[in-house]
Ligand binder design. Structure first.
Ligand SMILES: Cc1cc2nc3c(=O)[nH]c(=O)nc-3n(C[C@H](O)[C@H](O)[C@H](O)COP(=O)(O)OP(=O)(O)OC[C@H]3O[C@@H](n4cnc5c(N)ncnc54)[C@H](O)[C@@H]3O)c2cc1C
Ligand code: SF4
Length: 317
């Protein structure tokens, strides 16, 4: 495809799906697929005069990690990117594909099951095996959202340019999680072009942490990103987001509010982390995620407040 309009038109005509790196879509459909890789102008990082970055949707996760200016300006995004999948996958997986990938529910990905997500009237995971499912229950579907980059981007207040639309906040890509049939709110053929980052604040600190069932190549059981600014020892702004625990990547304003105006001390961070589970109503097999979520949020806040550590959460593999 040579233009965005051609690609969007091809999806509408064929009823197919867009393919960027293909690491998600190729594992669950045989097509028709409309390749985005040939569309010019969608890959790479550009910088605006105010010092903020615009990331093209076809920029690979490896490209993000190779960009020293980007990793310095947005350390929680860099730490998150470094933790995603494997070097091989990061070489082809794109930022747009990461944000818009389909959930990993094993009932969804095993032929023969019908569920709310595919237009059925039941959720076999809710009644069956749901060990990796949500603990913050947002609606009929309990598959956690798989995008880690979205968690970091939420803390940065990043926005998304979708062709033919006004800019959307990252949270607007996902809505409230109440629609079980969709993992994001873009219509077929709508194309994410760019993710726009804010101007980094001089005194900001950020970190990312995850809890996993194995060291690499695994989606997290719980993950968190935090972005804070400090005036001396006092926390003057905070954004905390979590993933792996809800149908959408989720900002936790209750945790952020508990930090504001307080000293960046152990007791403050522990009290704020306690609130990470305030909205949780776990399923029978997901209650084990509650302490993981609290600890992951606490570790993330502690890393963000610790000089030197306070920028990177996970070293690149
Ligand atoms: C072992 C393993 C571990 C993983 N661990 C993690 C993890 O910890 N965290 C995490 O976040 N991910 C993880 N992943 C998922 C991986 O990051 C995604 O598969 C990848 O980011 C998808 O990007 P892609 O470019 O290959 O997308 P594709 O497969 O090409 O596309 C994915 C979806 O997005 C749509 N799409 C793509 N680009 C656009 C666009 N510009 N506009 C509109 N729609 C678009 C496609 O139509 C498709 O529906 C893991 C994957 C594997 C295999
Ligand atoms: S509704 Fe969601 S959680 Fe339930 S089986 Fe379908 S994809 Fe899985």
């Amino acid at each position: 495809m040579t233009t965005i309009e051609d690609a969007a038109g091809a999806v509408r005509e064929t009823g197919g799906e867009l393919r960027a790196g293909g690491t998600d879509v190729m594992t669950r459909t045989t097509g028709p697929l409309v390749d985005l890789l040939g569309v010019p102008g969608l890959r790479g990082v550009t910088w605006r005069p105010d010092g903020s970055a615009a990331i093209g949707a076809l920029t690979t996760i490896a490209d993000l990690l190779a960009d020293d200016r980007l990793t310095a300006a947005y350390p929680a995004l860099a730490a998150t990117a470094a933790a995603v999948a494997t070097p091989q996958i990061r070489n082809v997986a794109t930022v747009g594909g990461n944000l818009l990938q389909r959930n990993r529910c094993w009932y969804l990905r095993t032929p023969g099951f019908s569920c709310h997500h595919t237009g059925g009237d039941a959720c076999p995971a809710r009644e069956g095996a749901h060990l990796y499912s949500a603990v913050i229950d947002q609606g009929p579907c309990v598959a956690p959202h798989p995008s880690s980059l979205a968690v970091a981007l939420l803390t940065y207040g990043a926005t998304a340019d979708v062709h033919g639309r006004s800019p959307l906040g990252i949270a607007d890509l996902y809505g409230d999680g109440g629609d079980p049939t969709r993992d994001h709110r873009l219509a077929p053929g709508e194309i994410l072009q760019t993710v726009r980052m804010p101007v980094p604040a001089p005194s900001e600190r950020a970190a990312y942490r995850r809890a996993t069932s194995r060291e690499t190549a695994e989606w997290p059981l719980a993950e968190a990103a935090a972005r804070l600014t400090l005036d001396g020892d006092t926390i003057t702004s905070a954004a905390v987001a979590v993933g792996g625990v809800a149908r959408t990547p989720l900002l936790l304003p209750e945790v952020a509010e508990a930090l504001l105006g307080k000293p960046a001390a152990e007791e403050t961070l522990a009290a704020a982390a306690d609130l990470a589970t305030a909205r949780a109503t776990p399923l029978p097999q997901t209650a084990y995620k509650l302490p993981l979520l609290r600890t992951t949020v606490l570790d993330t806040l502690t890393a963000a407040c610790t000089p030197r550590q306070g920028s990177m959460g996970v070293p690149p593999l």
